[in-house]
Design a protein around this ligand. Structure first.
Ligand code: 5GP
Ligand code: MN
Length: 331
């Protein structure tokens, strides 16, 4: 049994990466550019060291992430001939349950947890969790530097995708001078910023824009306009021809309304209610989500609610009030 490493013990994580021969990069359900880009970048680097690398993801690669190098190797099925000491590298998740239900049971000593979430459970024998980092991809950059692997154009595109995803295109407060300096370095290394911008922020399907219209048509406000929320149900998807992928960043539009400090989008389809929460920095939505069994970051979090929509509305609003929604001033 390996001793649990300190969360920021980069050297021991790097030793372990050098020691093992085979890896499975694991991304979370409803994958975004950070979980996938971080794993792909590290996988490309490990392959350059002669290692064997597979990619596990329960959900298919979203349409707008298929441009990522090596994303064609991402699968729900694992190779059958993996050695017993294969290291499973979980990227961008505070809890291994976020990987879904299709992984075989794993020994803790075969789990490496690379993340930047507050409240990460440190579930691996090895945990590199750095909440100050912009994205899980920028945590991976620390590993690449420690391994002495140069950042080529493919790795650079993956890492810049993680940064642009998690900063909302350099708009969120996790955009630091260091983030911009690293992004410049990645562009010089050949990262395809135009492609990333187009795939992540532009290039919306007509169905996605129609769905936005439906979401705006039913949005509601409470707490004297501090809280804006809306929902998506099956009939709305049927009317617009949209699917879950088309709903990905709609919650951010609700937060842009003047005077709104917290926003929520309730996604009531596929047999569950997924809730996306966003804050302008004056309400801790990570804590609000954690009250209801979810998690995330101070300004962006999510959860799954078991009950019908009206109950989910009430539970989330109560959790936000608990976090001080009624008394927030502008952040
Ligand atoms: P989104 O609203 O984009 O799905 O998620 C926003 C943030 O919250 C992401 O950082 C995501 O990883 C986290 N998150 C979303 N859903 C859950 C959940 O059910 N559990 C936990 N622990 N984190 C979540
Ligand atoms: Mn992330």
């Amino acid at each position: 049994m390996q001793a649990q490493t300190k969360t920021d013990d980069l050297a021991s994580v790097v030793d372990e990466l050098r020691r093992r021969e085979a890896f499975v990069m694991v991304s979370h359900v409803k994958p975004d550019g950070d979980t996938l880009g971080a794993g792909l970048a590290l996988g490309i680097a490990l392959k350059q060291l002669g290692k064997r690398v597979a990619y596990f993801q329960q959900d298919p690669v979203p349409r707008n992430l298929r441009f990522l190098p090596d994303s064609e190797f991402v699968a729900r099925a694992l190779p059958t001939d993996l050695p017993p000491d294969t290291l499973f590298v979980f990227c961008d998740m505070s809890d291994p349950a976020r990987a879904g239900e299709f992984l075989p049971p794993l020994q803790r000593e075969n789990m490496l947890d690379i993340d930047h979430h507050l409240g990460n459970a440190h579930f691996g024998a090895y945990n590199l969790v750095i909440p100050e980092e912009t994205s899980t991809g920028t945590v991976v950059v620390r590993i690449l530097r420690a391994l002495g692997i140069p950042i080529d154009a493919r790795i650079a595109t993956c890492i810049l995708t993680t940064i642009m995803t998690d900063t909302g295109g350099f708009m969120h407060s996790n955009t630091t001078p260091q983030t911009l300096e690293l992004s410049a370095e990645l562009m010089r290394a050949g990262a395809d910023k135009e492609r990333i911008t187009d795939e992540i922020f532009g290039n919306k399907r007509i169905a996605a824009i129609r769905l936005l219209g439906e979401v705006l048509a039913v949005m509601r406000f409470s707490s004297e306009g501090r809280y804006c929320y809306s929902y998506i149900d099956e009939p709305m998807l049927a009317r617009t021809g949209a699917d879950g992928e088309d709903s990905e960043d709609l919650v951010n539009v609700l937060l842009r309304v003047e005077g709104v400090h917290a926003a929520a989008l309730f996604k009531a389809f596929d047999g569950e209610i997924r809730v996306s929460l966003r804050s302008d920095g004056s309400v801790n939505v990570q804590q609000a989500a954690a009250q209801l069994g979810g998690g995330g970051h101070f300004r962006a979090s999510g959860l799954t609610h078991p009950g019908p929509l009206p109950e989910a509305f009430a539970a989330v609003e109560a959790a936000l009030l608990q976090e001080g929604l009624a008394t927030t001033a502008s952040a």
